[in-house]
Design a protein around this ligand. Structure first.
Ligand code: FAD
Length: 436
């Protein structure tokens, strides 16, 4: 790299950073995208399903060009105990055709592709380079970044920090109030097992090229969290997401929980014979709206997981689309600020306004109570067993005894699991308010 001054430096070539760089390059700005890995995506992992429609406006034919594995046409939500499971299993052909819904993808492929789009639009990508800190002027305004490269600092009018959940830059700028609080962070751990594509399609009941997404609750012993199973072209990803504060106390190793999941009667037949290809782990910011940091300061904006944009709301675990949406908004706000010659607090206010007008902050604000509800003790540790027992008793034929009424069975199950009916009713109301 010979050039050391750009309009904007974007730190981190994950989905947020590449989207920001793409927006800026398209607007004609000089933008440098700095990534510590040898290529974009090389250090990144997730579940994972990508909801790419956020790209419609910037890459209209993304669904033909992005390196995707399978279009998800089967979406199941499962509650389980070690010996039982109940599944709401939704299938549709609508998601298997344009404009599409979610698709599985490998992050090294997807992130490298999105960064490539930014480069094609004119961004400068620098890999194998770690940003080690911020450069500021005498009044504290951010004016660039320090790197571990021999040729050192990069100056910029604006720095956009897209350096992921542990964002050292957002912390250095003093933007986080909840950084590193283990109650708001989960650890995602996953295994990828290789299986023949036709075996995957047979076992999951899929047509060629179609995929499945299973979200699971009740599979994490005494740790708040959940599990997932996703189908790629020739592999299946299965994993768990565990609240860090619980994990630290429980003294359980995450791989034991994945082994439990892989051995569960509802999951074992799906992954039997699969050969372990990869094991990985990554922290997820799941605290939602109330745990987000300040979104910037003079000379700097924060986007993606660095700003806790990932949405972990039980029914949804979406981070890539929120990262892209946030990155695009950051790029547009930085461009507008440069036009106005005001990269101060007005830039941050404009960025916030743009996010507020998009799904990124709107969804988070609407669902701000979801993380607390989803990770609450009753939802995590009592309801899965209660629901499974209730359904088991409904389907158990007790002849010669006549069938007991449903209300009686519900009362009995609630009593057995120590949940007064009024608490059930209150949680149902809370759920309606949370998701309504
Ligand atoms: C187990 C798990 C399952 C998930 N499942 C899903 C899912 O199915 N669907 C979904 O949409 N989301 C999912 N997510 C969330 C999703 O992965 C994140 O929300 C998303 O990756 C955030 O993108 P980002 O660009 O903000 O950050 P990241 O993807 O973390 O990218 C940050 C980038 O910055 C680079 N970087 C960091 N520090 C520096 C530095 N100092 N200098 C230079 N470069 C640096 C990193 O190498 C990386 O490339 C999951 C996450 C996990 C962990």
């Amino acid at each position: 790299m010979t050039r050391t001054h750009f309009d904007v430096v974007v730190v981190g070539a994950g989905p947020a950073g590449s989207a920001a760089a793409l927006a800026l390059a398209r607007a004609g700005r000089s933008v440098c995208l700095v990534e510590r890995g040898p290529f974009p995506g090389s250090k990144n992992m997730y579940g994972g399903v990508i909801y790419g429609r956020v790209l419609d406006t910037v890459i209209p034919d993304w669904y033909e060009r992005a390196p995707l594995q399978r279009w998800v046409t089967r979406r199941a939500t499962m509650v389980m105990t070690p010996t039982q499971s109940l599944t709401v299993d939704y299938r549709t052909t609508a998601w298997g055709t344009a404009p599409y819904n979610g698709a599985t993808a490998y992050r090294p492929d997807f992130d490298a592709w999105l960064a490539g789009e930014a480069v094609a639009a004119g961004a400068t990508l620098i890999t194998s380079t770690t940003v080690t800190g911020l450069v500021r002027d005498g009044r504290g305004r951010v004016t660039g970044v320090r790197t571990d490269r021999p040729d050192g600092d990069i100056d910029a009018e604006v720095v956009i920090a897209c350096d992921g959940v542990n964002s050292f830059l957002a912390k250095e700028a003093g933007l986080h109030r909840h950084a590193d609080d283990p109650r708001h962070l989960t650890l995602g751990v996953k295994e990828v097992v290789s299986l023949d594509p036709t075996v995957i399609e047979e076992r999951f009941g899929l047509a060629t090229g179609e995929g499945a997404d299973f979200e699971i609750i009740g599979c994490t012993r005494g740790i708040a969290g959940g599990g997932f199973v996703y189908t790629n072209h020739d592999s299946v990803a299965l994993g768990v997401v565990l609240r860090l504060s619980d994990l630290a106390e429980a003294g359980v190793r995450p791989e034991e929980l994945i082994a439990d999941l892989a051995a569960h009667p509802a999951i074992a037949p799906l992954v039997a014979g699969g050969e372990l290809r990869e094991y990985s782990a990554h922290v997820i910011p799941e605290g939602g709206f109330d745990t987000m940091p300040e979104l910037g300061c003079p000379g700097m904006l924060v986007a993606g997981d660095a700003a806790y944009f990932c949405l972990g709301a039980g029914l949804w675990l979406e981070g890539v689309n929120f990262a892209i949406g946030g990155g695009l908004a950051a790029g547009e706000a930085a461009h507008r600020a440069l036009e106005r010659g005001r990269t101060d607090d007005t830039m941050v206010a404009d960025y916030r306004r743009r996010l507020g007008a998009s799904f990124v902050l709107t969804d988070h604000e609407n669902l701000r109570r979801a993380p607390e509800l989803v990770l609450s003790d009753r939802v995590q540790f009592r309801y899965p067993a209660l629901v499974c027992d209730l359904v088991e008793s409904v389907f158990t034929v007790t002849n010669p005894e006549p069938k007991p009424g449903l209300v009686r069975l519900a009362r009995r199950a609630a009593r057995r699991h120590g949940v007064p009916l009024r608490h059930l009713a209150r949680d149902a109301w809370r759920a309606l308010r949370t998701y309504g």
